[in-house]
Write a protein that binds this ligand. Structure first.
Ligand code: AMP
Length: 362
């Protein structure tokens, strides 16, 4: 963690008494860590520390993580059906429960198949579809947890939401996930030049640098020019804690563009005779956020070359459940993989578009 991040974070923390986000207990992260350790011990939770391999493709950083525990995780997305009772989040196993109730309508639980230590989930109490948009209430609950996790652990976390059946989601009950970002990645198995100072920097950090507090609500989202897929980055202003409605404003700005791209690309696909267009209700996308930015990536496929990627892959964290899969990532190449899972980059003038109209219908 950089000193710069720590000091700006502490400045923000001093304002916490003014926060309008739902309150998080002071001992939240400490309890979560204890719960994690005992759930690993009792085998209620599957976790093995991952082998991480830094990799560079197209000038962008990627980290391949070998996480053997993932082989045990059910991966296929099954739409929730009360008759078949296939909802693992209908109730939360007490060994994994961190907060039975949070912000009225949510629970917080550990991820049973943890990709990383202390990997946790925000889950709606009611069964809500994982294909539905994040609401203002979801965003405020998510940012309250993200902020508490950062402040109480000293590690920088990401939140992510795999939305829709092509997004890499496996559970059709609304949930947002949280985990610490790898900060330094060293490996003797690196195929690439080591990252500068072995530091992993998610690309949106570079894209938004210097723009957090100058970016205007009506500006088009930003992008990383080295990444040849349609993706949208929105900076989050430093004072979001005092005015959390800015979260919803920035998020809806970015989702409305994602929806426009999706509808346009699918219509064109059908016109070219390449198959039936997916419908707006099939919209799938990945959302990744930190306290500094949102990244949204619309998806056209769930897998390519037998590799299924979810939101974390979109910032370069590629998870392999076996050595064989690790080889497949290297063979395919991360950029080629993302190009096949998302929509290839296309410049779109959103100015006169009908994205707000589409968004209202979504
Ligand atoms: P997703 O795959 O994005 O839908 O996220 C669902 C997450 O829930 C996965 O990362 C699973 O590891 C995790 N998971 C699946 N079943 C359970 C369970 N019974 N309790 C806690 N976490 C679970």
């Amino acid at each position: 963690m950089t000193l710069r991040w720590l000091s700006s974070h502490h400045l923000a923390l001093n304002k916490s008494s003014m926060s309008n986000l739902p309150p998080v207990p002071d001992n939240f992260y400490q309890n979560l860590q204890k719960k994690f350790d005992s759930a690993v011990e009792s085998k209620d939770l599957i976790y093995n520390s991952a082998i991480q391999i830094p990799h560079i493709d197209g000038g962008l950083q990627f980290v391949f993580s070998l996480v053997p525990g993932l082989a045990k995780k059910p991966s296929e997305f099954k739409e929730s059906n009360p008759k078949t009772k296939n909802d693992p989040f209908e109730t939360v196993d007490s060994a994994l429960s961190v907060l039975d109730s949070f912000a009225d309508n949510y629970r917080v639980a550990l991820n049973k198949f943890a990709v990383q230590k202390n990997h946790f989930l925000l889950i709606t109490k009611q069964p809500v579809s994982q294909s539905s948009i994040l609401t203002e209430e979801d965003l405020e609950a998510s940012f309250a947890l993200l902020r508490a996790a950062n402040a109480q652990s000293g590690f920088r976390h990401i939140g992510f939401y795999n939305c829709g059946k092509l997004s890499g989601a496996s559970v059709d009950h609304k949930h947002v996930q949280f985990m610490a970002l790898p900060e330094t990645v060293t490996s003797e198995r690196s195929d690439a030049e080591a990252f500068p100072q072995n530091k992993f920097v998610p690309f949106p950090d570079n894209v938004i640098a210097g723009k957090r507090d100058t970016f205007k609500d009506d500006e088009d989202p930003l992008r990383e020019s080295k990444l040849p897929i349609n993706h949208y980055i929105m900076p989050i202003p430093t004072n979001y804690i005092d005015t959390p409605d800015v979260l919803h404003m920035r998020f809806s700005g970015v989702i409305s563009r994602a929806l426009t791209v999706f509808v346009k690309a699918e219509r064109e696909k059908e016109e070219r005779g390449e198959g039936e267009a997916l419908r707006p209700q099939d919209l799938s996308y990945n959302v990744i956020f930190t306290e500094e930015w949102f990244l949204v990536v619309p998806r056209r496929k769930e897998r390519f070359n037998d590799l299924s990627v979810n939101s974390v892959g979109m910032i370069g964290l590629l998870l392999a459940k076996s050595e064989e899969q690790l080889g497949l990532y290297k063979e395919t190449g991360p950029i080629k993989l993302l190009e096949n899972l998302a929509y290839p980059y296309e410049q779109i003038d959103f100015g006169a578009g009908d994205h707000d109209l589409l968004y209202t219908r979504y």
